[in-house]
Write a protein that binds this ligand. Structure first.
Ligand SMILES: Nc1ncnc2c1ncn2[C@@H]1O[C@H](COP(=O)(O)OP(=O)(O)OP(=O)(O)O)[C@@H](O)[C@H]1O
Length: 340
């Protein structure tokens, strides 16, 4: 649906060049809620703005539904933009216009008749849960309500793609959650593909099915949220993921272990969904002559799949611990020995 093919973008300001994007290739499929995460300056907004032609690449090309965005005439680009809505961190509403007029803007630009506009605005306000605010002005609304107006305006022309540029970064956690639920509803009920850029990993964890991690203008890792979160490869991805999926042994326990003179190994076991049929921890205790001690455990839900992480201390004679490790190797789970 959206195909970024080897995209580069260099900005030149006062003879100084910034490589905002460096050979980025990504595919967003119809139905995805695709999240792009990275620190400030990674190039996320520049990438997003390529989709509706607000930025043009200095190298590579971008296709939306098979059409190369940068070869379109002005009127063709206008047609494509009708199919792409966009929402922003600072909402970008016109403060001198009412909620009704803000939502009507794209419809008026497309010369829709006033009667049809009235029906469409009322339908959109009902969808975003703001029917009672039709005559309010933006400065009479909370941040979450302003973003709902921004969303209604973005949906006015019945787009098939919604671009979200840090859409929840200015909101408190509870309001963020309600906006994320609304975005999920938009994806599910209106079948709209969503591309989100954010620096907040919980936004990705909460609603995305795909994720790309950006650093210094490059995509350093991308794939399904389940794959990337359960097995992050790059250091920066690990850092992001660790903030929502804790897997570190607490310091106080590490200190205690350092004083433990018994023979032991520490193993990190990761269970994903229904993959593991054996009750592994039970079997280790029952079938082997070792003692186990759970040092740390966390259970997280990702994409309706459960990801469980257990860090265990296995205490016993070395050959018996080796037998435990052989047993674990034969299970469908990812594991590793942890050194402290
Ligand atoms: N119009 C512009 N002119 C010059 N440099 C720009 C322009 N837009 C972006 N940049 C530079 O390109 C780089 C990437 O910026 P971009 O806004 O895409 O990053 P980002 O990951 O979205 O960060 P943030 O979350 O802070 O917006 C930055 O170094 C930025 O200063």
């Amino acid at each position: 649906m959206i195909n970024f093919i080897d995209i580069s973008k260099t900005f030149t300001m006062k003879k100084q060049q910034t490589n905002a994007l460096d050979h980025v290739s990504l595919q967003v499929r119809a139905g995805d809620i695709f999240g792009v995460i990275g620190f400030s300056g990674a190039g996320k907004s520049t990438l997003l703005r390529m989709v509706n032609g607000l930025e043009t690449p200095t190298g590579g090309r971008i296709e939306v539904d098979g059409q190369d965005i940068n070869t379109l005439s002005f009127s063709e680009l206008r047609q494509v933009r009708k199919r792409i809505g966009m929402i922003f961190q600072q909402f970008n509403l016109l403060n001198s216009k009412t909620v009704y007029d803000n939502i009507a803007i794209p419809l008026r630009l497309n010369r829709v008749g006033e009667k049809e506009i009235r029906a469409r605005v009322s339908e959109l306000l009902e969808f975003v849960g703001l029917s009672d605010k039709v005559n309010a002005y933006p400065n009479q609304l909370s941040g979450g309500q302003k973003q709902r107006v921004g969303i209604a305006r973005a949906l006015a022309t019945n787009p098939s793609i919604l671009l979200c540029d840090e859409a929840t970064s200015a909101l408190d956690p509870e309001t963020t959650d309600s906006i994320l639920r609304l975005l999920e509803k938009i994806n599910r009920e209106l079948k709209i593909t969503i591309l989100i850029v954010t620096h907040e990993i919980h936004v990705i964890q909460r609603i995305c099915n795909k994720v790309a991690v950006m650093e210094h203008g490059r995509v350093i890792e991308w794939g399904s949220v389940l794959d990337v979160f359960s097995n992050p490869q790059q250091e920066i991805t690990k850092k992001f993921v660790q903030t929502v999926i804790a897997d570190k042994i607490p310091d106080s326990i590490v200190q205690k272990l350092q004083g433990d003179r018994r023979n032991y190994k520490i193993l990190r076991l990761q269970f994903l969904g229904e993959n593991v049929r054996d009750n592994v921890l039970y079997r280790i205790n029952k079938d082997f002559d070792v003692e186990t001690n759970i040092l740390f455990a966390s259970v997280n839900e990702l994409q309706q799949t459960v990801l469980g992480i257990f860090v265990i201390q296995v205490i016993g004679e070395s050959p018996e611990i080796e037998r435990v490790m052989d047993y674990i190797r034969n299970q469908q789970l990812s594991w590793q020995e942890v050194m402290i």
